[in-house]
Design a binder for this molecule. Structure first.
Ligand code: GRF
Length: 232
């Protein structure tokens, strides 16, 4: 039974697009389908992308009450919620209801460079400011504490001397577009789960140089995909 996925996004929706394209590529093997896109911004590119694909899309008014989002998710019988740059608070009751079924992508290697207010280019400015030589992408389960839930997968992204926040953001985003959809697909297919003691269980693979990440997929294939994404 395929998961019914809702994507919550406030921005251009490039991660939504990457997810839609990955699920298309997976065809009958895909773990779920995006059935709803919700934004807190009427002009979000993510809503336009949803409309282009005839996927239900809703702009939530800033003063919408807590239950409005929950009602939308129930209406569409959603069982997996994906935050792809959703820049407003998810009601704690909803986070609890979707424990183990709500994911977020963060454009740095949590727990570093995360937490309240750390989003968008602020993250990359902090990475450069801190002199980090490696940044990266984190995909994690969402819990009641911002950017804190159990980490599912991470992938390092090099920081170069000449980087600006924009060049680093673009490099990290390209890796997000490869890693995030594959993790969403694996969680949608129950190949990765959050168990009762908040540990992530899934087909653990040790990638090259001993990087451990929980993806039930050939690490060399993922490395090749990411390397070609970085080469673009
Ligand atoms: C991404 O950089 C993601 O890491 C962050 O929000 C941004 C969303 O970008 N959580 P897009 O709207 O998917 O292009």
């Amino acid at each position: 039974m395929r998961s019914r996925i809702a994507v919550l996004a406030s921005g251009s929706g490039s991660n939504l697009q990457a997810l839609l394209e990955h699920l298309d590529e997976r065809g009958e093997q895909r773990g779920g389908d995006v059935v709803l896109v919700v934004s807190n911004r009427r002009d979000a590119g993510a809503l336009a992308r949803a409309r282009d694909r005839n996927i239900a899309s809703v702009a939530l008014a800033a003063n919408a009450d807590e239950n409005a989002l929950d009602a939308l998710l129930r209406e569409q019988d959603v069982d997996l919620v994906v935050l792809a740059g959703y820049l407003t608070l998810v009601p704690p009751a909803l986070v609890r209801r979707f424990r183990g079924a709500m994911l977020n992508v963060h454009p740095a290697l949590l727990p570093a460079f995360g937490g309240p207010g750390m989003y968008g280019r602020r993250v990359h400015e902090a990475v450069l400011q801190g002199g980090a030589r490696v940044s990266g992408v984190t995909v994690h389960f969402v819990d009641e504490v911002y950017d804190h839930g159990a980490i599912i997968a991470q992938w390092p992204v090099p920081v170069f001397e000449e980087d600006s926040a924009d060049t680093l953001a673009a490099r990290v985003l390209r890796v997000e577009h490869v890693l995030f959809p594959r993790v969403v697909d694996a969680v949608a297919a129950d190949a990765i789960v959050l168990d009762d003691d908040s540990r992530v269980r899934g087909a653990f693979l040790t990638g090259p140089q001993g990087w451990a990440f929980s993806l039930p997929r050939d690490a060399t294939r993922l490395t090749a995909d990411i390397e070609s994404a970085l080469a673009r």
